[in-house]
Design a protein around this ligand. Structure first.
Ligand SMILES: [Zn+2]
Length: 186
């Protein structure tokens, strides 16, 4: 017999030594299951659905940057949140993507169980795949609750990851311009 998600949460409460019948916890399994499903709703989305034709012809070959995209994800090792910002840039070659779509691509991958390195890579690959850009850059800076609330309790450490594709990898000028524009260069 397979248990439903709320039934699993009930078992977790029991496993933690709690009494799932006490007043404050009666609806917790159902609420926790619903919250977790929401935090993982990226599994139900695809790149095609997200982009949904919002690609527009453009002659511009200037860097497009979407900075400071709020990011909420769950680490796949501890199921604890990591929270931060994503900065995404690409250099178009005839096609530009509707601006809100970049944020939605970030969200689709963030709303799955992740490690920050893979999340960064998946966002870069997706933007590259959709736009066929001459280059794509993604930087993520995030704080991990699994580091802050347990173990080493390094409460102020931010983890930075980046993936540079195409022109951002090949040209240090292009890379520097991007890092400068997101305020991350010295
Ligand atoms: Zn973790």
């Amino acid at each position: 017999m397979t248990l439903s998600l709320p039934q699993h949460y009930r078992q977790i409460l029991i496993g933690l030594g709690e009494d799932p019948t006490r007043e404050g916890l009666q609806d917790t399994p159902a609420r926790a299951a619903k919250a977790m499903q929401y935090l993982c709703h990226g599994y139900g989305q695809s790149l095609e659905d997200i982009v949904n034709g919002a690609l527009f012809a453009s002659d511009s070959d200037e860097m497009v940057i979407v900075a400071d995209i709020e990011l909420y994800s769950l680490c796949e090792h501890h199921l604890l949140p990591f929270i931060g910002k994503a900065h995404v840039a690409y250099i178009p070659t005839g096609k530009v993507l509707g601006l809100s779509k970049i944020a939605r691509i970030v969200d689709m991958y963030a709303r799955r169980l992740q490690i920050q390195e893979n999340l960064t890579r998946q966002i870069a690959d997706a933007v590259q795949q959709v736009t066929q850009a001459a280059g794509v850059a993604v930087v993520i800076e995030a704080k991990h609750m699994c580091m802050m609330m347990r173990g080493v309790e390094k409460q102020n450490s931010t983890m930075n990851t980046s993936v540079m594709l195409g022109a951002f990898r090949e040209s240090s000028n292009t890379r520097q311009e991007f890092l400068q524009l997101i305020g991350r260069s010295k």
